[in-house]
Design a protein around this ligand. Structure first.
Ligand SMILES: *Cc1c(COP(=O)(O)O)cnc(C)c1O
Length: 363
């Protein structure tokens, strides 16, 4: 009798660093007003759905997808504003691209660095790749990128890759560009600027790719309204992307995603219109949150707002909102800088009113 397959042998053979990871938890959201995951709350107009379904009729499900979809890449370049002489690498969501960078540039004996609080996938993918992960704490209260602390950490750890989310998740702020520039300049290796929230921030590093040969810019269509399709995009020089691209599994972007994203990009004005509503409603939500006694709401350039509730009440308020059918993200007690913090995604005006009403009652 062998013990292969028993729980004790999984504990023996699964790498300790993987055993120490927490699985990425996605709560059951059935029936909730879902303000926890930075999704676009707007459905497609009916005419658009009819036209899209006509496009899908011609998709050949029995064939492998095009591994290098030229027309789709052309549309992406145009809509995102990718400089013509820069390359693109497409991922099954930008999460997959983070994983490819961590595998190809990180890995054993190497360090991956990111400021924290930050996007959890940087740590997750670094650990999965067997790299050493170094978190640099943001400034208390302002969540700014700390210049000296970053430069010291670069000198001390010499990371193979630094991830910077611009705007940052879960804090929502844009880091000071002068500090980001100093990090790019001082970095001995690769810097990836993750612009998942660019549609709501209106600023980008895409136009800096020429000057910064150690820079890659990452985008996703998820927050713009296509989270279900899973398409992310890494932009930069061929020197980096041709190497990292070798790790991509050949057919990572399926035929339905390719056809549907190309269709959506041809109707990009619809999504840009929705993003403009979200930005408008973000400012309203920020004012309303700040008008609530006991709430500190942080400025945001993204489609969500980080806010702090009175000490010790994050759990109770989170549960209270949930019992009223509203799902937000509880960040307390993830990190000391996030004590008493919750994060809310900007929804439709009606969803935002429900959330604000429930929060006011709970306070
Ligand atoms: C949501 C998010 C992503 C992941 O996006 P996908 O393309 O859906 O995988 C990447 N980076 C940041 C900072 C995010 O908040």
């Amino acid at each position: 009798m062998t013990d292969a397959g028993t729980p004790s042998s999984a504990r023996h053979w699964v790498r300790p660093s993987v055993q120490a990871l927490n699985a990425y938890h996605v709560p059951d959201a059935g029936g909730f007003i879902k303000l926890d995951a930075m999704e676009n709350p707007y459905a497609w107009p009916d005419e658009l759905i009819d036209e899209w379904l006509r496009v899908l009729r011609s998709v050949q499900m029995n064939r492998y997808p095009d591994p290098a979809p030229g027309a789709l890449q052309g549309l992406l370049r145009e809509r995102l504003g990718v400089p013509p002489d820069m390359d693109l690498l497409l991922g099954n969501g930008s999460d997959e691209l983070i994983q490819l960078v961590a595998l190809g540039v990180g890995g054993a004996q190497r360090t991956v660095m990111a400021p924290e609080p930050g996007f959890v996938m940087y740590r997750h993918c670094a650990v999965a790749a067997g790299a050493n992960y170094v978190a640099v704490p943001l400034e208390g209260e302002s969540y700014g990128l700390p210049r000296e602390r970053m430069l010291d950490a670069l000198r001390e750890h010499r990371p193979a890759v630094v991830f910077l989310a611009f705007p940052n998740n879960p804090t929502g702020n844009l880091f000071d560009r002068a500090v980001v520039d100093a990090v790019i300049e001082a970095s001995p290796a690769l810097v990836v600027i993750d612009e998942a929230y660019a549609p709501f921030a209106g600023v980008t590093y895409l136009d800096r790719l020429h000057e910064c040969p150690n820079l890659l810019v990452m985008r996703t269509l998820s927050k713009m309204g296509l989270a279900g399709l899973r398409l992310g995009c890494l932009c930069g020089s061929r020197a980096w992307l041709a190497q990292i691209g070798k790790l991509r599994l050949p057919y990572n972007i399926n035929v339905l995603t390719q056809a549907s994203v190309a269709f959506a990009l041809r109707h990009w004005d619809v999504f840009e219109g929705q993003a403009a509503w979200i930005v408008r409603d973000r400012e309203r939500m920020l004012r309303s949150l700040r008008a609530l006694k006991g709430i500190v709401a942080y400025p945001s350039a993204a489609n969500f707002i980080l806010f702090r509730v009175p000490a010790g009440r994050a759990g109770g308020i989170f549960e209270g909102l949930r019992s009223e059918g509203i799902l937000v993200k509880k960040l307390d007690p993830e990190a000391p800088l996030l004590a008493d913090c919750l994060r809310v995604t900007v929804g439709t005006p009606r969803e935002n009113r429900c959330f604000l009403g429930a929060l006011a009652r709970l306070l």
